[in-house]
Design a protein around this ligand. Structure first.
Ligand code: ZN
Length: 247
């Protein structure tokens, strides 16, 4: 993978700024309005983003001290905290996001090279070196900055981040072939040397999907983008295949 620790940490900063810009422009009514994520208001999403900052901070604390500190005390607690957070006033949620982002940045800035290599366990149960945590956080703040639904799109996200995100999503999606579908190849037309292949259960010629990197990654993330894409199969135009949910 091409990304470095410095890349991921820069993306955390950029995503944090985008979220702060989006949250800072909301009045109480807009905070209570739906986000782009099904069933979640912007308050739910702001609470999730703030709680995630604290949770990733727990892993950084683990790496710094060697004391096992899980992201969340349990999956149920994670959900309960988001629900409780969604009832707070918007200004409190924005302040919580700022606080958690600032302490996370400070904690990351204090890690030594040896501490970045310490193994920690994510909420999904994956054992990873601490240097994966900025990438985990970058994905959250950058993708959810779009999900807040205040007008940001994937085209507003850093290009190098979008490439990494595409690789990351396709790596997960490749674990299960697309049901009742031939192979799908996604070709960002503005990203040199990038093609993403999703295996399908049907044989025959693949479906080729073309479009801008931002639309291709939005599509792979299950967040629209289809209107900017075109697809062909065996040199004939075809419909854009529907992908199952990603996150
Ligand atoms: Zn999330």
């Amino acid at each position: 993978m091409a990304r470095t620790l410095a890349d991921a940490r820069r993306w955390v900063e950029q995503g944090t700024l985008l979220c702060q810009g989006a949250l800072g422009g909301l009045d109480e009514e807009s905070f209570a309005a739906p986000s782009l994520l099904p069933g979640w208001t912007r308050k739910h999403l702001a609470a999730h983003l703030a709680a995630n900052g604290d949770a990733v901070g727990n892993l950084v604390h683990w790496a710094a001290t060697g004391v096992r500190t899980p992201m969340y005390s349990s999956p149920e607690q994670r959900v309960a905290d988001i629900e409780a957070g969604s009832t707070l006033p918007g200004v409190d949620l924005a302040a919580w996001f700022d606080r958690s982002a600032a302490s996370l940045a400070e904690a990351m800035a204090g890690l030594t090279e040896a501490q970045w290599a310490v193994e920690v366990v994510t909420a999904q149960g994956r054992t990873v070196p601490a240097w994966e945590t900025p990438w985990m956080r970058a994905r959250e703040v950058l993708v959810h900055a779009v999900d807040l639904g205040t007008g940001l799109g994937f085209a507003d996200l850093p290009v190098a981040f979008l490439r990494e995100l595409g690789h990351d999503i396709v790596g997960k999606r490749r674990q299960a072939p697309l049901a009742d579908s031939p192979e799908v190849q996604v070709w960002p037309v503005d990203a040199d040397g990038v093609t993403w292949t999703l295996p399908g259960t049907e044989s025959g010629p693949p479906v080729l999907v073309f479009g801008a990197l931002a639309d291709c990654t939005a599509y792979l993330a299950g967040r629209g983008g289809e209107q900017g894409l075109r697809a062909s199969r065996a040199d004939q135009p075809t419909t854009i295949p529907t992908l199952p949910a990603w996150l």
